[in-house]
Design a protein around this ligand. Structure first.
Ligand SMILES: NC(=O)c1ccc[n+]([C@@H]2O[C@H](COP(=O)([O-])OP(=O)(O)OC[C@H]3O[C@@H](n4cnc5c(N)ncnc54)[C@H](O)[C@@H]3O)[C@@H](O)[C@H]2O)c1
Ligand SMILES: *[C@@H]1O[C@H](CO)[C@@H](O)[C@H](O)[C@H]1NC(C)=O
Length: 296
């Protein structure tokens, strides 16, 4: 990957995620150009980080921003039309070998890239917030994406210190959100059904499952949790797992009386005003920073 050092990456959209990508790419030694279609946004974004970042440049002209780039990371609003338009504009201004990468959390590659002529160069690189401390990037191909595009993106992400994973095909929610939504759904149902409090279900994760999940995933957990490994685990526990899974209820509505009750409970623990939320987010980032150091 060292051959890519010194090359240019363009970030389209200079909000929260655009700025984070810029920092991540910069710290990997790439030159970064940020474009935003709202006047003053791109320069405002770099004003705060300007002092250390001599390789970062802001542009209000897309063509200029794309000049020389081998990789374009799109981070505009999570809106299909906005992304399709942004990519159309970009494709019209770049040469054939430039990789077009989207940060989308929830949109499918075949929709995001539907107006692109050469879809073999398109890929989703979905970061987790905040990307500085949570290194995972989900790489999701369009059905036509070339293996080499996946490989170059994978190497790039590794090179800048992120932890990429490859999805072999597109699926709604990718991998991270599918797992996250399964956890959200069952946590919600347990509180909704009066089994446990909001405070305690969050502790089930933060003091229980989360302790090991920062280091080992669910499949390795199965492998380690029976004397003879995963086959032994499956033999011992799969009947019980299936019995419990069959008692899971329908998808929650996330509305009505249950939603009001859960909102009230969490807001008693953490009031929903900006001051309290900001303080908790800062605490979260501090703790994640410590965990990231520990993992290294
Ligand atoms: N915030 C998160 O936690 C998170 C995590 C992972 C992925 N994402 C994804 O990253 C993307 C960006 O999210 P964000 O939180 O940075 O949003 P944001 O609203 O903070 O920033 C969006 C920026 O894009 C600019 N913009 C809009 N349309 C544009 C266009 N056509 N050309 C250039 N610039 C344009 C806006 O002016 C704004 O500065 C979304 O797809 C989102 O789903 C966000
Ligand atoms: C499409 O993109 C791929 C990957 O960048 C490139 O190798 C190929 O030459 C492009 N095809 C055309 C017709 O531009």
């Amino acid at each position: 990957m060292s051959s890519l050092k010194g090359k240019i990456i363009t970030v389209v959209g200079s909000g929260l995620i655009g700025r984070s990508w810029a920092m991540v790419f910069l710290s990997g030694g790439y030159e970064v150009k940020i474009y935003d279609n709202k006047a003053g946004q791109a320069s405002a974004a770099i004003a705060e980080i300007k002092s250390q970042l001599s390789l970062l440049s802001s542009h209000e002209d897309l063509q200029q921003a794309l000049e020389g780039a081998f990789f374009v990371q799109e981070c505009v609003f999570e809106d299909l039309e906005a992304k399709q338009t942004a990519f159309q504009d970009v494709e019209n201004l770049v040469t054939e070998n430039v990789i077009l990468s989207s940060s989308t959390s929830c949109l499918m590659p075949s929709n995001v890239f539907s107006r692109i002529q050469n879809q073999t160069r398109c890929i989703i690189s979905h970061p987790v917030n905040p990307p500085y401390y949570v290194r995972l990037v989900e790489l999701v191909p369009h059905p036509k994406t070339l293996d080499t595009v996946m490989d170059v993106t994978y190497s790039l992400m590794t090179d800048v210190g992120q932890a990429p994973v490859r999805l072999r095909k597109e699926i709604d929610g990718f991998a991270l959100n599918r797992v996250q939504y399964a956890i959200i759904a069952e946590s919600w149902r347990l509180v909704q059904d009066g089994v446990i409090s909001v405070k305690d279900i969050d502790l089930v994760m933060s003091e229980g499952l989360g302790m090991r999940y920062a280091f080992i995933g669910p499949i390795e957990t199965m492998h380690l949790n029976a004397p003879e490994g995963i086959e032994d685990y499956v033999q011992r526990y799969s009947e019980g797992i299936k019995r419990v899974l069959n008692t899971f209820g329908p998808v929650p509505e996330f509305s009505g009386e249950a939603a009001a009750r859960i909102t009230k409970e969490i807001c008693e623990l953490i009031p929903g005003d900006q001051e309290h939320l900001t303080a908790r987010r800062e605490r979260r980032d501090q703790l994640l920073m410590g965990l990231a150091k520990l993992k290294k």
